[in-house]
Design a protein around this ligand. Structure first.
Ligand code: SAM
Length: 293
């Protein structure tokens, strides 16, 4: 007789939500991996059974578990064109990121930070910057994305602000638009030193501000174009930055941010394999409404 995990996988494959709920209520393991290494959630996602996905998620099924070929439930839904199922899984991932971000920040506030990227060494090579855990802070293949962001924020010219230097890809692209001024905020001491060695401190229109953006806000003026792309932060940090945009952006000013912030270790582990294989990148662009009065 099939065990309850197998039965749950079967109910998930068939989209039988009543059977799935009844099995869950009787104690079936929502974290079960079948002999192919697939969870009930992966089976439901593969077939786009949103109601079963919701029941499994409500019961605590791990949204970021990976199959032996490193495919998550979200990947199964996306690859098979099940948009509603994909959205459910994506929203669960985002909610988890927000909660984990809040917990991490509370722990950091209590001085418990053991993953403080800014205090760790970073390694530079020609095509990437890596943190001390060999996770990529920035990679050269992101250059076309950075060029697109620079084009967007420089479209009206004027004064530019970039938060997070990394490999300087976006800053190099911004320079090509010859902005009136170009302010760069960078918090990592080694990245900052490298900027200086590369001559960024000598460019006539460039002002470098060393420090966390959170700590140097009072030194910033207002800008016609702003780009935000930090590392080791959470969505809530970016949302906090957004609270300051009304002061930082001139009327008509343009803001864009890297659309892939990934601060949490747990989240990264869950999505890293497929994270960069999406064939579409949504370039976020916002404009400050000009005051007509
Ligand atoms: C992903 S990289 C930026 C890549 C950059 N957009 C480029 O085109 O190469 C993120 C950068 O943000 C910096 N950073 C991280 N936290 C920061 C903070 N709170 N304030 C300012 N910079 C920060 C990191 O040291 C790193 O250099």
């Amino acid at each position: 007789m099939a065990n309850s995990g197998e039965s749950l996988c079967e109910a998930a494959r068939e989209g039988d939500v009543e059977k799935a709920i009844s099995l869950i209520d009787s104690g079936a393991d929502v974290t079960y991996f079948d002999k192919e290494g697939l969870t009930p959630l992966m089976h439901a996602a593969n077939h786009g059974h949103s109601q079963v996905i919701k029941a499994l998620l409500d019961a605590g099924a791990p949204w970021n578990a990976l199959s032996p070929s490193n495919v998550s439930a979200g990947d199964f839904a996306m690859e098979n064109g099940h948009q509603a199922a994909f959205d459910l899984l994506l929203n669960t991932g985002i909610q988890a990121e927000l909660i984990l971000g809040t917990i991490a920040r509370k722990e950091n506030a209590k001085g418990k930070s053991d993953s403080d990227y800014l205090a760790d060494r970073v390694n530079f090579s020609e095509d990437k910057v890596m943190d001390s855990k060999s996770k990529a802070v920035m990679m050269a293949w992101e250059k076309p994305l950075m060029e697109a962001h620079a084009k967007a924020i420089c479209s009206k010219g004027g004064d530019m602000l970039n938060i997070g230097f990394g490999m300087g890809l976006v800053d190099t692209a911004i320079q090509q638009y010859a902005p009136t001024s170009h302010t760069i905020v960078e918090a990592h001491p080694e990245v900052y030193n490298r900027m200086l060695h590369a001559g960024w401190g000598e460019k006539v229109n460039v002002k470098i501000i060393f420090g966390r953006w959170q700590d140097v806000l009072s030194q910033l003026g207002s800008f016609d174009g702003i780009f935000f792309d930090t590392y080791g932060e959470y969505y809530e940090d970016m949302r906090e930055f957004h609270q300051h945009l009304p002061q930082l952006l001139k009327p008509g000013g343009i803001y864009s941010f890297f659309n892939g912030l990934c601060g949490g270790e747990e989240i990264w582990e869950g999505v890293k394999h497929k994270y960069w294989q999406l064939d579409t990148y949504y370039l976020p662009v916002c404009q400050c409404i000009e005051d007509t009065e």
